[in-house]
Design a protein around this ligand. Structure first.
Ligand SMILES: [Mn+2]
Length: 333
């Protein structure tokens, strides 16, 4: 019999007791966030619970197929819940406009895999070794003995696949693949999920990618790759800020690049950065933390106040310093 963490047992007990449950996630939700939310929502609804499930921002278009019943909807103002579950959110701030809604709750369960999680819940199940929150929700359903139906399997597979870069990141563990295998066994439609998520980019998003390829810059012996997105770039291409998701991976994929950085000007003096590292010796979470952000070893981000060029100078300097400390070879000098 596999042993589950004690805290998981306490979360399951609270969920079994509850009549109404709210399931919330972070701002700008990604595949791991909405996949985990919808899977847990579906499983709890099947147990006869009254479920509300929502985020500050809408579900990204490419993930909308996971929510055919449009479960992701904000509740009526003033509603309270027996249990609130926060998924994939490293801090109360990351919940955005959802946070004030959930202060008046009985129990707040915080389930997440970010090392930077601030443990803001009453019950905190944080496992930074898990490559996705989806894998934690899978364990929760197994431990609770709640059935994994094909729609639940789809949502969890999408969550796990997106947060592991389709099982390519080195966070992927044997258990991740066993779990994915079981989800396919339980009816996850691998071809449909891959087609919807990875092979269906709108033309407008491709135009934004074209902009990135035309304007990216390389520095520090081509080991740092970065690009800017400004409001005019979104307007011109007919995209929104949410379409920038994943663009950075194209720059990360350039061979000499060790660290990729996206700068997005969200307000005249506020810049959102996204960081990706390809080196096990270079932790971009540590860089993001210097600027008040956080994330994981290989993927992190922050919002930084300042003029664009000054933010760029500070961030590129911090990356350069981290590269020098990591002792990356300068083979391309
Ligand atoms: Mn995640």
């Amino acid at each position: 019999m596999k042993r589950f963490p004690k805290i998981l047992g306490r979360i399951i007990a609270a969920l079994k007791e509850a009549r109404s449950v709210a399931i919330v996630g972070h701002v700008r939700p990604d595949g791991d966030c909405v996949g985990s939310q919808l899977a847990l929502a579906e499983a709890l609804a099947a147990q006869g619970k009254e479920i509300v499930c929502w985020n500050e921002d809408a579900i990204p278009q490419k993930l909308a197929f996971l929510d055919p019943g449009k479960r992701l909807q904000p509740p009526a103002p003033g509603r309270s819940f027996d249990v609130v579950v926060a998924l994939d959110a490293a801090s109360l701030e990351r919940l955005g406009s959802v946070a004030p809604f959930i202060l008046e709750r009985q129990i707040l369960a915080n389930i997440d895999h970010h090392a930077s999680n601030t443990r803001f819940g009453d019950l905190n199940w944080i496992n930074p070794r898990s490559p996705s929150t989806g894998e934690l929700v899978f364990q929760l359903l197994k431990a609770a003995g709640w059935p994994i139906t094909p729609p639940i399997a789809d949502c969890l597979f999408a969550a796990i696949s997106t947060d592991t870069g389709s099982f390519q990141y080195d966070t992927t563990r044997p258990t991740t693949l066993y779990c994915a295998g079981e989800l396919v066994h339980r009816g996850a439609n691998l071809a449909r999920i891959s087609d919807e998520i990875y092979q269906s980019y709108p033309l407008s998003r491709v135009r934004l990618l074209q902009h990135v390829f035309n304007h990216f810059r390389l520095t520090h012996h081509n080991q740092i790759g970065y690009f800017w997105l400004k409001p005019a770039d979104f307007t011109r291409t007919g995209t929104a800020s949410s379409d920038s998701e994943g663009l950075i991976d194209h720059i990360r994929a350039i061979e000499p690049v060790v660290v990729a950085c996206m700068f997005e000007q969200v307000e005249p003096e506020i810049v959102r950065i996204s960081l990706r590292s390809k080196s096990p010796r270079l932790d971009v979470n540590a860089i993001a933390r210097q600027f008040g952000g956080g994330g994981h070893h290989a993927a992190a981000g922050a919002r930084i106040a300042g003029r664009p060029l000054s933010v760029q100078r500070r961030v590129v300097n911090a990356i350069r310093k981290a590269l020098d400390q990591a002792g990356q070879s300068h083979a391309h000098v």
